[in-house]
Write a new protein. Structure first.
Length: 217
């Protein structure tokens, strides 16, 4: 079973690898960031609560995020595996997932962490463009789409995220080290943790992750 958590600081290549994994292994992609952004663009109650927090680079409160993930993971399409991207981001979220996973028949069995040095992250985030429709990400310097400004995967127009500015990025990175990095030890202790070096190139990272997933299918 592939019940996967994908971890990594903003800019590590998580989004790109997520798109490849879901295409190759046919898993539902549960990106808490995408779900929040969708709620913001639709103006839902959750979106209204999350908008300012996300745009300044902070984390949405655990309670809201945990409820959201519980209801999404409970859906039928997650019964044969899932890729959880952007959750958990705090120890409290990881603890909640550890309890809820077995309860709803969705226990996590693999954690994939991709890391990249800070200097590189900033550069990647500054050039990042994303597809608001399918979540695919590109870079204006290093990973251009075939047609400028258009998503290769679904044809939608690419945008720059509001939190991909230097101020919000710094807050996101600080929060990452303070709140999310402790999950490495948490998942090592659970025996689920797998580390990937995000500097070896997209193709190589992708091949290594694919190998791990095939071995655990
Ligand atoms: P990135 O591409 O920077 O990793 P995401 O798209 O995963 O970012 O998430 C964007 C923003 O959504 C986060 O900076 C945070 O404000 C909010 N968010 C996403 N997932 C979570 C979570 N698990 N807990 C709290 N906030 C979250
Ligand atoms: Zn797209």
């Amino acid at each position: 079973m592939l019940n996967i958590i994908l971890m990594g600081p903003p800019g590590a290549g998580k989004g790109t690898q997520a798109t490849r994994i879901i295409d190759e292994f046919n898993l539902p992609h549960i990106s808490t960031g995408d779900i929040f952004r969708e709620n913001i663009s639709k103006g839902t109650e959750l979106g209204l609560k999350a908008k300012a927090i996300i745009e300044r680079g902070d984390l949405v409160p655990d309670e809201l995020t945990i409820d959201l993930v519980r209801s999404r993971l409970s859906q039928d399409d997650c019964a044969k595996g899932y890729l959880l991207d952007g959750f958990p981001r705090t120890i409290a979220q990881a603890e909640a997932l550890k309890t809820m996973g077995p309860e709803i028949g969705r226990a996590v069995n693999l954690v994939v962490d991709i890391t990249v040095p800070d200097e590189v992250l900033m550069e990647r985030i500054a050039g990042r463009r994303v597809c608001p429709k399918c979540g695919a990400s590109y870079n204006v310097n290093t990973m251009k789409p075939a047609k400028e400004g258009i998503c290769d995967r679904c044809g939608a127009e690419l945008i720059q995220r509001k939190d991909d500015n230097p101020e919000s990025f710094k807050i996101r990175l600080d929060n990452y080290y303070a709140q999310t990095a402790p999950l490495v030890d948490f998942y090592k202790a659970e025996g689920l943790y797998h580390h990937f070096d995000g500097m070896i190139g997209l193709e190589k990272v992708s091949a290594e992750i694919s190998e791990l997933l095939k071995a655990n299918q």
